[in-house]
Design a protein around this ligand. Structure first.
Ligand SMILES: Cc1ncc(COP(=O)(O)O)c(N)n1
Length: 547
């Protein structure tokens, strides 16, 4: 974990939890920081609107600021809904008093005037100061506005473009007319062009955030619009994430880039809540649950059915002599290298089964290769699982490269290794199942590998590690000096095991949502058995003596 910073938000409370103080604290926590909160006003609101607002007396607002600053070392401050002119002045007074003669940490000022639902959150006399903001929020004029604000003295002005609509043609013509403007086409057609599917349609509607820096260029952050109602608290989240990045020491443009990506992902992965505009998913990077949501007696009924249905071949796969010898450390290096190089090629097929339709970071295109599966997923666990899997595949690929380097196989040799028949057979089969269009069937095909390696990793760690403490449990086993330690640690490690869990959750959720007919279930069982055999064949191939 990065160094934890303390951040202070000065904002309103949102009873529905999606915006204001509540969104800020969740964002700080998700980004690894400690949040303190100074409340300017209480709101009674939900996803459909604001039903009531009560301002906090200015003297009490000042008292809260002093209580926090007198005791805690604050590394960044953000302001949100300030409620009225008096509370705005009280905030300025308290900050000025405390910071006179000492350095002020980065301050992010989010001028909250009106809620997404159209309710005023700033009293009319204070609103006048800000209302011109809204009038300028049109694509053609927004570039002028930050310039005006910059004259007030901040290092940068970021104008959130959620309410503007632009097209690629608009952006292209702007780029031609203003070559001095830096345009970040995140998830559109940037440097990651080559991983975009040729079938990806061009997004028709774009969202543009504009950043003007006092000592830097104007930058446009361009993204495809996400068609979502989960946008309540977007500005709060963006400004809270900005404060976090600035507390981390990021430059203004780095902070804007990181905060915009964090917020975009929050909208992209949100589950719909409430009848109106629901909250973002602030915790998209923190999805682990302490308690598994299913009943402990039979948490994964479909998976158990699959394993039991072909228990013999499953055991031959996960308890294969290759695995046994790997755990004992007696597996010849050339067998291991043969396996790793073939598994490297196999992983490309695996990623392709996931990666035909890139769709995670945006609905239409992407800067991270994601998946056939994510494209078909409309629930967060499913998308999270697909994403986690892609991240694991990328990690596995880099682990394979590192192993090859360690065992004297260069990157070029690894790339050029001829694919074994067992690899092509298995990879081709995955792609084939992916093309058939039954998502759960594809999940079944992919799970044999995901789950099998997870089982093998845990088993080897338990069986062949030595106890580091008085008790031999998974937690205190070490593999000091083991030749294949990294392999075992990776597959028994937290990230991989989490991906296995997410994969299991997803497959069970898919099956529960759309219970299979007897014929469809029989098909899934056949796919499972075939993949299990193909897995075993990969280990067989690695142990075969080469001529
Ligand atoms: C307490 C509080 N602060 C800020 C907002 C703005 O959020 P949004 O524009 O998404 O309604 C809000 N609705 N409530």
């Amino acid at each position: 974990m990065e160094l934890q910073r303390t951040i202070m938000t000065i904002a309103g409370s949102d009873s529905s939890g999606g915006a204001g103080i509540q969104a800020d604290l969740r964002t700080f926590a998700a980004l690894g920081h400690y949040g303190t909160s100074v409340i300017t006003a209480l709101t009674a609101q939900n996803t459909t609107g604001v039903q009531g607002v009560h301002g906090v007396p200015p003297s009490f607002l000042e008292q809260q600021i002093h209580s926090v600053l007198d005791d805690l070392d604050v590394h960044a401050i953000k302001t949100g809904m300030l409620f009225d002119a008096e509370n705005t002045r009280a905030t300025v007074r308290a900050l000025k008093k405390y910071y006179s003669g000492r350095a002020m940490p980065p301050l992010v000022c989010d001028p909250v005037c009106v809620s997404t639902s159209g309710h005023s959150l700033l009293a009319p006399e204070a609103l006048e100061n800000c209302s011109y903001l809204a009038r300028f929020l049109q694509f053609k004029t927004c570039l002028m506005l930050p310039g005006d604000l910059l004259r007030c003295g901040p290092r940068g002005v970021l104008v959130k473009g959620g309410h503007m609509t632009a097209t690629i043609a608009d952006v292209d013509s702007l780029a031609r007319a203003h070559p001095e403007i830096c345009i970040m086409r995140d998830g559109l057609y940037g440097d990651d062009m080559e991983i975009l599917s040729v079938n990806t349609p061009e997004p028709t509607s774009l969202v543009i955030d504009v950043l003007c820096e006092a000592d830097g260029p104007t930058t446009l952050f361009v993204r495809p619009r996400i068609d979502s109602t989960s946008t309540h608290g977007t500005g709060c989240t963006l400004s809270a994430a900005l404060a976090c990045a600035l507390a981390d020491g990021a430059s203004v443009s780095e902070a804007a880039t990181a905060a915009a990506a964090f917020t975009h992902l929050g909208i992209r992965t949100a589950t719909k809540l409430g009848a109106g505009h629901g909250p973002l998913n602030h915790l998209h990077s923190v999805t682990q649950r302490l308690v598994p949501p299913r009943t402990p007696t039979n948490p994964y009924p479909l998976t158990q059915l699959l394993i039991k249905g072909s228990a013999g071949i499953w055991r031959e796969y996960v308890e294969h002599p290759f695995v046994q010898r790997l755990g004992e450390g007696t597996l010849p290096k050339d067998s291991f290298v043969r396996f790793i190089t073939q598994d490297y090629h196999y992983l490309k097929y695996y990623a392709r089964a996931y990666g035909q339709v890139p769709s995670f970071f945006s609905s239409t295109s992407t800067d991270v290769c994601c998946s056939l599966l994510a494209a078909k997923s409309d629930t967060f666990p499913a998308i999270a699982s697909a994403t986690q899997t892609i991240l694991n595949v990328l990690r596995e690929i880099s682990m394979h490269r590192a192993f090859c380097a360690e065992f004297g196989v260069s990157a070029a040799e690894l790339e050029q290794t001829r694919e074994a028949a067992a690899t092509s057979a298995y990879g081709g089969y995955l792609i084939d199942v992916g093309m058939q269009g039954d998502t759960t069937k594809l999940l079944v095909a992919l799970l044999a590998c995901l789950l099998g390696y997870g089982e093998v990793g845990l088993w080897l760690k338990r069986a062949f590690g030595s106890a580091a403490g008085p008790e031999r449990s998974r937690r205190n086993v070490v593999l000091e000096g083991h030749p294949y330690r990294r392999w075992i640690e990776d597959y028994s490690g937290k990230e991989y095991q989490y991906a296995v869990r997410a994969g299991l959750e997803t497959i069970e959720a898919c099956a529960a949502a759309d219970p299979p007919s007897a014929a469809r279930l029989a098909e899934w069982r056949a796919v499972w058995e075939r993949c299990t055999r193909l897995e075993k064949a990969l280990w067989d191939m690695a142990l075969e003596v080469q001529d």
